[in-house]
Write a protein that binds this ligand. Sequence first.
Ligand code: ABC
Ligand code: CA
Length: 474
Amino acid sequence: ASASDWQNRTIYQLVTDRFATPDGSSPTCNTEDRKYCGGTWQGVIKKLDYIQNMGFDAVWISPVVKNVEGTTAYGEAFHGYWTSDITQLNSHFGSTDDLKALSKALHDRGMYLMVDVVVNHMAATQDPPNFASFTPFNTQSDFHPECLIQASDYFNNQTAVEQCWLGDSKMPLADVNTEDQNIVNTWNTWIGDLVKNYSVDGVRIDTVKHVRKDFWPDFAKSAGVFTIGEVLDNRTTYVKDYTQVVDSVLDYPDWYPLVNAFMSTTGNLSALPETVKASQDTYKNGAFNTGAFLENHDQPRLGSQTNDSSLIMNAMVWPFVGDGIPILYYGQEQGYAGGADPANREALWLSGYSTTNAMFNHTVGLVAARQAAAKANSNFLSTKVQFLSSNASTLVVSKPPLVALLTNQGSSSTPTWTVNGANFSANEEIYDVLTCTKYTADGNGALTVTGSSGKPQILLPTSALTAAGRSCPN
Ligand code: ABC
Ligand code: CA
């Protein structure tokens, strides 16, 4: 599937080892142990109803290739990022047939499969590494000379970011010599085969900023499907260049102000509109196609920073009402609150996959609101999101036909928003689709909304709901 095929998708990101077991059992899983807990591709297949019932139509799974075995200084390779052999699959997650079966099961439901891939490095369990233990890059010359990336390099030494190593002396991530044409060819063939063998629809590329930019266009072309790169940096000025070499990037520049805005009732809401504008102005495709997320496997969950669920509910709205492709990290819908890696990689089975809790319902509402808006207005996905108003504690976000009302005033507040300049007609009937509260616009198509308990709202006119074949409720 191409970038444009992905634009109207909604992605559920899961950690394969932590999402579902193949037999439906619920083994203990202490995140601090950093061990394999038993999730597999067959487990994912068994729980596709759960994902699809929330409305998601794409699933991003952990890296699939063989990783280092046994216990390392940082535990086992349950997350899948510690490649040892790119020619084999990670048997903890299943067999070749199992991965093909997952791909087919998704496609049978009209859903897409996104696979995470790492080309920047192989993981070593000793320093210096035993290069012969890697496949197929098995000699020292297949790697850049060892030097660890220093924190300051991220600001003033891009060559070091690209050619020195991630990790540390306990677990060096041996940096593949992506300047060598044979290695480049190997990677390009490998990604083409992976996509073909498993009918992959999109590729999430790890550590994109750690490989020279001109490596990526051929790699992306060899993949032949949508490519979305991880460029972990908060600067749009830095991230923008990568939108030229892969289809899309994960939207870290908006993620930083998003979290800052909603981690407390004193957060700053005004920084988000600025980065959004900068990304719209400087990314290759505007902010369209960026991966919009609130949580992922590398960052502390918002619930570890605040226990005010109204703040979390507000923050969750943004990825669904902006220009990017929404990505929800598994467990957010169960109110998971794990902190920094490894605490943010909880086993989902421990939640019992509840479909009745508030965060689950909120997730369903967000996915449905975006899909209704896209269905009602064929220009929804290509119309830039705008902020109709922003102040210290409220935001009015417009992406016609929807308007999102956000606040960080917290659950004991009664926020109000004045909505002016949205695409509402005079006296139009409008619903907050999250609660099915009905409003009527005034003679100028404006309205003032009073919220409750600091919760967000998503407004859609009845005409749009009707056009989408929806009504409120339903
Ligand atoms: C393990 C342990 C951790 C332990 C760590 C040292 O080792 O689990 O508890 O703290 C995988 C595993 C991890 C594992 C690592 C290392 O491997 O998932 O559990 O950590 O062994 C990707 C993946 C990530 C994956 C890898 C490695 C890469 O999403 O899951 O980790 O394959 C860098 C990379 C980024 C990478 C991330 C983990 O590290 O660039 O690709 N993610 C600065 C740098 C960033 C850097 C970040 C974290 O620090 O600029 O490049 O990310 O080290 C902002 C700035 C940012 C700045 C932040 C801190 O501040 O804008 O640039 O980020 O203001
Ligand atoms: Ca590198």
